[in-house]
Design a protein around this ligand. Structure first.
Ligand code: ATP
Ligand code: IP8
Length: 245
């Protein structure tokens, strides 16, 4: 790892896909994002690890298995292979030097091993993992992975790109209400997602993030605008800063 900073960027499933339309991907967005990140990193080298959410792939697949009363452990391979296809397409669209890693392949003794990701960074690649299902039959969200990676890699920042401009005190927001500049997870009314979602939307996200926000700077922002992703990487104060309770 040779950058000056370690940054974990979670690309929400709601940013890279339409969670109301199963198996959709925002292809043009991903192409433009790949190009913008390449240009930014040329001038501003840092150790960037990307995690993407299950979005319109993982969530409907898990839902389908559960609704068919099938067991997530024995049918988990369906989720893993669906997510494999999603990440393969994501890296294909983002281009050089993004590289796909399958989360369940990095899953050892109930946690993620970081050595393959560090080796990828050392080679000058940008590793991408994803919220996924792990062999013990549990869905591990990208939010949970962001926290675990940040802890293991001693990251400087976690940036959560989602489809809202930040976290609102109430959900849905009251008339005229804007996103909070800073938030303590215990002080807001966070709810689930409006699309198909099996991991708890903003409620679960805040719960996960508040566990690490004492040690790492954590920001939730609107990543549907690529400019915002670059601003967040530059350290600009966009969206909502998450503080511990
Ligand atoms: N207090 C709140 N402030 C902002 N958004 C909220 C709040 N409570 C619930 N939400 C919902 O949470 C959604 C974002 O959570 P979601 O889990 O869908 O994000 P994501 O990380 O992009 O998706 P994925 O889990 O697929 O990666 C918003 O689109 C909004 O509908
Ligand atoms: C639904 C699956 C498989 C992954 C969930 O990850 P998330 O979208 O980051 O919550």
């Amino acid at each position: 790892m040779g950058g000056t900073m370690v940054v974990i960027l979670k690309l929400g499933g709601s940013v890279i896909s339409n969670k109301k339309v199963p198996y959709s991907l925002n292809e043009d967005y991903l192409k433009r994002l790949g190009e913008s990140l390449r240009n930014f990193l040329k001038e501003n080298p840092l150790d960037l690890i990307i995690i993407h959410g299950g979005g319109s792939y993982g969530h409907p697949k898990v839902k389908e298995i559960l609704e068919g009363c099938k067991d997530l452990r024995s049918h988990g391979w369906e989720v893993v292979n669906t997510m494999f296809k999603m990440t393969a397409r994501v890296v294909e669209l983002m281009g050089e030097p993004f590289v796909a890693h399958s989360t369940p392949s990095l899953w050892v003794n109930g946690g993620i091993v970081v050595e393959p990701l560090v080796a990828a960074l050392d080679a000058g690649w940008i590793p991408i993992i994803q919220g996924n299902l792990v062999p013990e039959g549990r869905v591990v969200s990208g939010d949970e992975l962001a926290v675990e990676l940040a802890r293991k890699l001693r990251a400087d920042r976690i940036l959560m790109a989602t489809d809202v401009p930040g976290i609102f005190k109430h959900w849905p927001p009251k008339e005229g209400e804007g996103p909070l500049k800073v938030v303590r997870a215990c002080e807001v009314e966070a709810k689930g997602s409006e699309g198909i979602d099996v991991t708890g939307g903003m409620y679960k996200k805040l719960d996960e993030l508040s566990r690490i926000s004492k040690k790492v700077s954590v920001r939730v922002f609107d990543g549907t605008k690529i400019d915002n992703v670059i601003k967040a990487l530059r350290g600009e104060e966009i969206g909502t800063l998450v503080l511990p309770c």
